[in-house]
Design a protein around this ligand. Sequence first.
Ligand code: GLN
Length: 516
Amino acid sequence: MDINILLLELAKELRSGEVSVSELCNRCKERASKLNSLNALVTTTFEQAEKHALESNQRIQSGNARHILDGIPFAVKDNFSTKGIRTTCASKILQNYIPAYTATVVEKLEECGAILMGKANLDEFAMGSGCTDSIFGPTRNPWLYPYKEREVTGQRSDTQEVQDTDWFISGGSSGGSAVAVATGMVLGALGSDTGGSTRMPASICGVVGLKPTYGLSSRHGLIPLVNSVDVPGVLSKTVDDAAVILGAMCGADPLDSTTVSLPDQSFQLPDEIDIKGLKVGIPQEYHSPRLEEEVLQSWSKAADLFENAGAKVIPVSLPHTQYSIACYSVLCAVEVASNMARYDGIEFGHRSQDHSSTEALYAASRHEGFNQVVRGRIFAGNFFLLRRNYKEFFQHAQKLRRLITRDFNEAFQEVDILLTPTTECESLTYAEYRQEDNRTHCETLDVYTQPSNLAGVPALSLPSYLSSKGLPIGLQMIAPCFQDKKLLTVAKWLEQQVAFPMNILHSQIESFLLGR
Ligand code: GLN
């Protein structure tokens, strides 16, 4: 069995009996264990998966497969609640939290027969762009990772000291999910996307990252970062795979009043795609000063591919782009201040030993339970919400958000889709990344991804080219609200054209696994 083939191909092999679901799950489990030093999964659910694999295999063999995803191993970022399975948000405060219910999107995938293999690493409470700020330690990018020299021990601790710093970061906050998919520990994974957390790690780990339209899939059970912006995202090897997963998890949910169902929820994409006459917009403001030369070249090459195939490539303007990061920082902190209030050390989560007074218990539990990034955002959020600041910061940011959304709406009067880079640069080494703090990284790494979150529009990062160093460069496509299918179709077309060399990573991993 070749685990590097596509989800859709594997589904066929499962049906023809060429491979059983248990064999497939065992292969994934073996990979997850052997590639443990990448630190992608923070909790594994192998025993439960084994049981589900047997049931799924029986269904498939008797011709009663529930869905194309029946028997397909997947992972979920550890900020989606999973009943009976520890859900930590990579934080001390929820280190031993076991939810009593499962997030709707996870439940939907499980109802299709998909098999949960584990929970994936993230930046604490999804706040970050590196997958480096986790109590479990950072997740490492599999590209250019010096596999052989690393001791694979499987040991981790909350206070893990990172000794080696020469490997590349996986990006965040959904780095664990991106790495699990890139390395074949699973065939698909869920991430969450508030400012780019699905697309950004996808881009630098060489996989597809989809942020659907806000409201297309349920946030119920996704532990919130910014409720008005959070979207459950998909990480997969191909655009077709992302479309299948989106089809399985989308739709109105009575438990999330912001969700809607589309009249056509099948995202099956055509094989022959004609993009003649398609209008592709190039936002001029995305030519930012820090944009790296090789990323710019990739962007131009892709634009040329569109033009040569008969699409019209048109410069467009999104004039309020420059305010997006500031606007997001205020709205994020404000919602964080409110969301994090529930963690008081009394009802659930970490409780401090300092019981000298109720106030002291709250303060100490929260101080011990949250990292500095989370505490900083709570602090800033409460500051922005003070009566004297509310208008100047919160209301102002909301107005700006409206203008940013209007920019997209106006651009989509002229074009069908936008083409941009996903990040300004390829991945950085951990040593380089550590030179700046979380806030600075969010200000730089999220510039291209964040505006579409504020506008709620769907966006996708496609692995497109390899840099001269040998690291993936992703390109982003953005579509109008609820045109997710169009977005996926255009992305599939570009995927066919660029033929990203994922096989380079596959063979590197294969030879490591075979001990060569
Ligand atoms: N980097 C951004 C932040 O830290 C976005 C994170 C996300 O999308 N979850 O807030």
